[in-house]
Ligand binder design. Structure first.
Ligand code: NAD
Length: 284
């Protein structure tokens, strides 16, 4: 009897990487990515460009964002997503540059403030919500205005495993990521008739600048390295042989939601967490 060959998640990942060279999935699509200068947004910008998309990188980190945009033949715009006019300008740039917008990736976000709910500072919470929630709402609003009557499009919003499970990291952050799921679903209900799909991606434990600095603060270790954070998350928060998610794992999920291959998928939350939020390692 022939037994199936066992493959590790690492092998599967290599296969996904090999496939990405075979077939371009976003040829001539025009995309705006907020928070596109680094981390998950930057990995997605590169993957979109490799797949034939024209990408507008929108961020507040001008030097990083511009150099990334130059390297992928894209455009950069300074855009603080908390400011509605900035988000509108990012969408306008896509329209002026290429005459249309097909994909909006509302990805910009910040972590914290952490700490007990008994000491929660409402002004700090409002500041976080103005970026994480208002920023996404601004993106959905202006992208859908550009897409209605123009053949539709795909809007993807970055939520988080924090929207699914409670956690000690930050009450404000958890609230913001649940709110994103809600507004994405309600927008999907309204916009489906215009051929606009609205979905979320929910990563967990990707050792980016955001997560590493949150861990440094939480554990009180200023010199904690990204690899160490990846190891901690991989050991405690992944069913896939102890590895943590990479920015490319998340970018591949966003590519799927952005492309026509997910043409009948809307109001969905695609969780990229190595199974963390669906299973428990405990025997109880
Ligand atoms: P990151 O810090 O590397 O990237 C965040 C990007 O957003 C940066 O380029 C930053 O400059 C930009 N940004 C921050 N505030 C902004 C603003 N006001 N306007 C425009 N851009 C702004 O972190 P990341 O992990 O790549 O985060 C990307 C998204 O993924 C965030 O929404 C985050 O909440 C979410 N997320 C991350 C993880 C993780 O484990 N890293 C898990 C779940 C969700």
């Amino acid at each position: 009897m022939n037994l199936p060959t066992l493959v590790s998640p690492g092998d599967l990942y290599m296969d996904a990487n090999a496939q990405r060279l075979d077939k371009k999935r976003l040829v001539n699509k025009v995309a705006v990515i907020t928070g596109g200068a680094r981390g998950i947004g930057a990995a997605t910008a590169k993957l979109f460009a490799e797949n034939g998309a024209h990408v507008v990188v929108a961020d507040i980190l001008d030097e990083l964002g511009k150099s990334l945009a130059d390297s992928i033949g894209g455009q950069y715009i300074h855009c603080d997503v908390a400011n509605e006019a900035d988000v509108e300008s990012a969408v306008q740039l896509a329209l002026v540059w290429k005459g249309k917008l097909d994909i909006m990736f509302n990805n910009a976000g910040i972590s914290g403030p952490g700490g007990s709910i008994t000491n929660l500072k409402m002004e700090e919470m409002s500041a976080l919500l103005s970026i994480n929630v208002n920023g996404v709402v601004h993106g959905i609003k202006h992208a859908s205005r550009a897409m209605i009557g123009k053949g539709g499009g795909s809007i993807v919003c970055t939520s988080s495993s924090a929207a699914i499970m409670g956690g000690l990291a930050s009450h404000a952050y958890t609230l913001s990521k649940e709110a994103i799921l809600g507004v994405a679903r309600s927008s999907a209900c309204e916009l489906g008739v215009h051929g606009i799909r609205v979905n979320c991606v929910s990563p967990h434990g990707v050792p980016t600048e955001m997560l590493v600095s949150a861990y440094r603060k939480f554990l009180g270790k200023v010199d904690l390295r990204p690899e160490e954070v990846g190891q901690i998350v991989g050991e405690n928060g992944s069913l896939l042989r102890g590895r943590s998610a990479s920015v490319d794992d998340v970018a591949q999920a966003v590519l799927f939601l952005a492309s026509n291959e997910s043409g009948f998928v809307t109001a969905h939350n695609l969780v990229v967490d190595g199974g963390y939020t669906s299973a428990s390692n405990q025997m109880s």
